[in-house]
Write a protein that binds this ligand. Structure first.
Ligand code: GRF
Length: 201
C-alpha cells in the first residue's frame, strides 16, 4: 500500500481514473491528499465526491516558487506521502521540491517523449504531421518533460485529426498507463538506472 499525493490544476480526468483504479483494486495505494493551485479546478470536486481530502494552496501567498513548494512538500510529508503524482498540474516544480521527493515524482505527458515536450503537445503533433503520437509517464527531473520514461502508449494520428480529436484518443490511453505506472511504483518494480527505467518482472 503506497501513500499517494496528487497535484492538479484543472479538470482532473487522470485523477478520476486513478481514484477508480484504486477503488477497483488495480492500484494498491491510497490518495492521502489532492493539492491544487487553482481553487476552481474541477479535479477538487472529483476528489471530494470520492471522499478524498483536498487542499487549495494559493501561490499568491508566497514570495517565490521555492517558498510555495516548501509549503506543498510540508503538506505532503505531513500526510506521509511516498509518491507524488502530477495530474495536469500546471506549475513547474522548483529544484527544492524535486530534491525533496527525488525519484518519487511522476508526470504524464500527452505525446511520445522526447517528441513534443511543453504545452499543447497534441497541437504540436498535429501541426508537425506525425503519423503516430501517444502519451508518456515519466519520472520528473529538473528539465522540462525530460525525466526517465516509465511507460508509453502509441496512438495513430489520422489525416483529419484536430488537436481536440487527437487529445481525446490520447486521453483514453493516459488513463490506462498512468494507473499501471502507479501500481508498478507501488509494487517497487521500477528501477532507475541513468536515463532508463527497468521494470522488474
Ligand atoms: C493531460 O492531457 C495530461 O497529459 C497533461 O495535462 C492533461 C491533464 O488532464 N499533463 P486532466 O486534468 O487529467 O483531465
Amino acid at each position: 500500500m503506497i501513500n499517494v499525493g496528487v497535484l492538479v490544476s484543472g479538470r482532473g480526468t487522470n485523477l478520476q481514473a486513478i481514484i477508480e483504479a484504486i477503488e477497483e483494486g488495480k492500484i494498491e495505494g491510497k490518495i492521502k491528499i489532492v493539492i491544487s493551485d487553482n481553487l476552481d479546478a474541477y479535479a477538487l470536486k472529483r476528489a471530494e465526491q470520492h471522499n478524498v481530502e483536498t487542499q487549495y494552496i494559493n501561490h499568491k501567498e508566497f514570495k517565490n516558487r521555492e517558498d510555495y513548494d516548501k509549503k506543498i512538500v510540508e503538506t505532503l510529508k505531513n500526510k506521509e506521502v511516498e509518491l507524488v503524482v502530477l495530474a495536469g498540474y500546471m506549475r513547474i516544480l522548483s529544484s527544492y521540491f524535486i530534491k525533496a521527493y527525488k525519484n518519487k515524482i511522476i508526470n504524464i505527458h500527452p505525446a511520445l517523449l522526447p517528441s513534443f515536450p511543453g504545452l499543447r503537445a497534441q497541437k504540436q503533433a498535429v501541426e508537425y504531421g506525425v503519423k503516430i503520437s501517444g502519451c508518456t509517464v515519466h519520472f520528473v527531473d529538473e528539465g522540462m518533460d525530460s525525466g526517465p520514461i516509465i511507460l508509453q502508449s502509441a496512438v495513430e494520428v489520422s489525416e483529419d485529426d484536430t488537436e481536440e480529436s487527437l487529445a481525446e484518443r490520447i486521453l483514453k490511453e493516459e488513463h490506462q498507463i498512468y494507473a499501471q505506472a502507479i501500481q508498478l511504483f507501488s509494487q517497487g518494480r521500477l528501477i532507475i538506472k541513468g536515463r532508463k527505467v527497468f521494470i522488474k518482472k
